[in-house]
Structure formats: structure tokens, C-alpha cells
Design a binder for this molecule. Structure first.
Ligand SMILES: [Zn+2]
Length: 143
């Protein structure tokens, strides 16, 4: 058994309602409603379902669209891109490779050099700060 994979009811228990609807049911959170569209700390954004690192704060930019936007994934191998023709639009959906969580969509109107904009739901992400308490403590002791 793959310990990273969970059943639907396990996800329902672990995740908040909006996290479950977005990550497991491919819903989209309202713009400017999520926890990360205006969040600029240094660190990694990981999958809310399985903890896989997906995006780094280094590639995050303000697209003005109300969702967290990234120019590149942290590791291209952790993201699956799937053609999505729902809502009469040709879009590319992005998912977590490890657990199949819906993350958002990728568009080709992003900043150079990638030219890509990964438009991701905050509800599909968790943030892991680079400035952990331990690092802060050890640098304080050196002074
Ligand atoms: Zn995942």
C-alpha cells in the first residue's frame, strides 16, 4: 500500500471543506479569498494533501488575478499537466503527480523567461517557511 495515497473519506476528514472541494473535486476558490494570493514570505508551497514541494517563493509573482501565481514549478516532475476543455475553454490543468490533487491551471501569459503563469488555488497549498524557528534561534546565539 502506498501510504501517501488516501481514500476519499480520509481526505474529507483531513482537509477543510474548501481544501477538499478544490484539491479533490477540482473546484476553484474565489479570487482574493485564499490564504496565499498576497503572501510573500520565503519558503516552499507544498501540496495540502501529501506535502510534496510544488512551488518556491522565488518563482511567485503578483499577477493581480487574486490567486497565487508562479512562473515555474519547484520541480517539473512533481506537477502533471492535463488538457482541460471544460467551460468551453482550452486550458491546461495542473495537478500534484504524487496524489492527483487539483492545483489550478497554467497559462502562457506569464513573465519571462518561462512565459508561464501557474495560477494556483491557495486551498491546494500549504506553506513551509525557510525561516524556521530553529534557524532564527541559532543565528541569534551567534551574536
Ligand atoms: Zn499531493
Amino acid at each position: 500500500m502506498n501510504a501517501m495515497k488516501k481514500t476519499d473519506s480520509e481526505y474529507r476528514e483531513k482537509l477543510s471543506d474548501i481544501e477538499y472541494q478544490v484539491a479533490r473535486k477540482a473546484a476553484t476558490e474565489k479570487p482574493f479569498s485564499g490564504r496565499f494570493w498576497d503572501h510573500w514570505d520565503n519558503g516552499d508551497y507544498v501540496c495540502v494533501c501529501c506535502g510534496t514541494p510544488l512551488f518556491s517563493s522565488d518563482s511567485k509573482f503578483d499577477a493581480g488575478c487574486g490567486w497565487p501565481s508562479y512562473s515555474t514549478p519547484k520541480d517539473g516532475n512533481s506537477i502533471a499537466e492535463i488538457k482541460d476543455q471544460s467551460h468551453n475553454m482550452m486550458r491546461t490543468e495542473v495537478r500534484c503527480v504524487n496524489c492527483d490533487a487539483h492545483l489550478g491551471h497554467v497559462f502562457d501569459d506569464g513573465p519571462k523567461p518561462s512565459g508561464l503563469r501557474y495560477c494556483i488555488n491557495s486551498a491546494s497549498l500549504e506553506f513551509k517557511s525557510n525561516d524556521s524557528e530553529e534557524i532564527k534561534k541559532s543565528s541569534a546565539q551567534e551574536k
